[in-house]
Ligand binder design. Structure first.
Ligand code: NAD
Length: 436
């Protein structure tokens, strides 16, 4: 049976609306360029590629709240479901003063890619509110979260779209979201969000999951390059949930963590930092600043540090055309989302430095979120050992699939990741067919 090529015809007749245009700068434009780059590798599935260039659904909501001083304030909120061909939407909620619809659209699309790469039965979604949460009291934050949840309640749900924490949102905010949705539904719906407190159906192992995933793909990549982890020198930018845990696991495997940079500064020790001591210093003082058993480096020197593995695990756009030439590492494992600019990516590729892209490297978090959702559905909770073992297996399988595609097509791991993910999404799209 031949499947009618409806999307191709529709595309030719209707150009992308201006707000979806790839020439617009910013994250959505970058995402569209990534899709264009992999389209030639998608074979006959490429006729469905337009579906990746348009979010399935984008909801803009007004979130009015009463402030503690009795006045009203309005905030703009979003929930975007980029693609649900492989399952319900899944992706975090960000509270930040710079959140825009374009950013949320791109983040939702990257969630489609991430979920498909690790083969989770989820599509991609993301949400956000344009607000600086530091300016709100706890009561205002709770009212904001509850009203936002209620407004997006028409499109989220345990089998429709499952939010999670992202920048400036945490377990408490997930608890308020779960409670609000449950109150509106008249039944406790613990599976509506992940990243909840353990007492409300959260999962063991979630906190460490992203760092553990970074470490696991690092191990796999090292093996392919013939590098013995125990003999490596590691530099980590960002020493929080992702970078701190990854550094701890690499150190436990015998690696020498030579440099750590956070928002406070950069510490360096050629013979190896004591990662556990540094972690307890950070939990006491909030930053690596003031840690005594190390040299302090000017921040810009971090990128040129003599190391084998570099792990950016802080912010976007840290490895740029300006510092990519200084990098000494043999591989970069992207713990953060979007830490490497496209220009820097090309420079690293030309210099033969392997980049393990964010959409696979930091997928450990959403993988354990998936475990949380599964446990909530069955109301049966797994041990931490079981969770870690399943996480490691999924990350290894995903990495092996990507490596094979990169090898076959002689492309970067980033392009290979997009080939694997986009093929899976479009295969589901094709099998489901076009409704009506
Ligand atoms: P976190 O808040 O726990 O830690 C962030 C770290 O970055 C801190 O050590 C902070 O000091 C450092 N930092 C902030 N500004 C900096 C600067 N200007 N220079 C150097 N360091 C700076 O955050 P996290 O959860 O570890 O997230 C880090 C990155 O990983 C983000 O890009 C996030 O989107 C991504 N990520 C996180 C998860 C997760 O499960 N936590 C999952 C996927 C992706």
């Amino acid at each position: 049976m031949s499947i009618p090529d409806a999307s191709a015809k529709a595309t030719n007749q209707h150009a992308l609306p201006s707000y979806l245009n790839s020439e617009r700068p910013g994250p959505w434009g970058i995402y569209l360029q990534q899709v264009d780059r992999v389209t030639p590798y998608l074979g006959s599935l490429s006729r469905w590629v337009e579906t990746l260039k348009r979010p399935k659904r984008a909801l803009i909501v007004d979130v009015p709240i009463e402030l503690d001083n009795g006045t009203m304030a309005h905030f703009e909120g979003y929930r975007v479901q980029h693609n649900t061909s492989r399952g319900p939407g899944k992706g975090g909620v960000r509270f930040h003063q710079d959140v825009t619809l374009s950013e949320v659209m791109a983040l939702s699309a990257w969630m489609s890619v991430k979920n498909a790469v690790v083969n989770l039965p989820f599509g991609g979604a993301k949400g956000g509110i344009r607000v600086d949460p530091k300016t709100l009291s706890r009561g205002e934050l709770e009212r904001l979260t509850r009203r936002y949840t209620s407004e997006i309640g028409i499109i989220i749900g345990p089998t429709k779209d499952i939010p999670a924490p992202d920048v400036n949102t945490n377990e408490q905010i997930m608890a308020w979201m779960m409670d609000t949705y449950s109150m509106n539904e008249g039944a406790t719906a613990s599976g509506v969000v992940t990243g909840k407190p353990i007492a409300l159906g959260g999962s063991l192992g979630r906190r460490e999951a992203t760092g553990r995933g970074v470490y696991t793909v690092g191990q796999e990549a090292a093996q392919h390059l013939g590098i013995d982890i125990a003999k490596t020198k590691i530099a980590v930018q960002g020493f929080g949930n992702v970078g701190g845990i990854a550094a701890k696991l690499f150190a436990q495997a015998g690696a020498t963590v030579v440099a750590v940079q956070d928002h406070g500064g950069t510490v360096y020790k050629a013979s190896g930092l004591d990662v556990l001591a540094l972690l307890s210093h950070v939990s006491e003082y909030g930053s690596v600043l003031g840690y005594e058993n190390a040299e302090i480096l000017p921040d810009a020197q971090f990128w040129g540090v003599d190391c084998d593995i570099l792990i950016p695990a802080a912010l976007e756009q840290q490895i740029t055309a300006e510092n990519a030439h200084q990098i000494q590492a043999r591989m970069v494992i992207e713990g953060a989302n979007g830490p490497t600019t496209p220009e820097a990516d090309d420079i690293l590729h030309e210099r033969g430095i392997l980049v393990v892209p964010d959409v696979i490297a930091n997928a450990g978090g959403v993988t354990v979120s998936y475990f949380e959702w599964v446990q909530d559905f069955s109301s049966f909770f797994w041990s931490e050992d079981e969770i870690n073992a399943r996480l490691v297996r999924i990350m290894r399988e995903a990495f092996a699939a990507i490596w094979q595609v990169a090898d076959e097509h002689r492309v970067s791991l980033r392009t290979a990741t997009f080939i694997v993910a986009c093929s899976r999404i479009l295969q589901a799209r094709e099998l489901r067919g076009l409704y009506p």
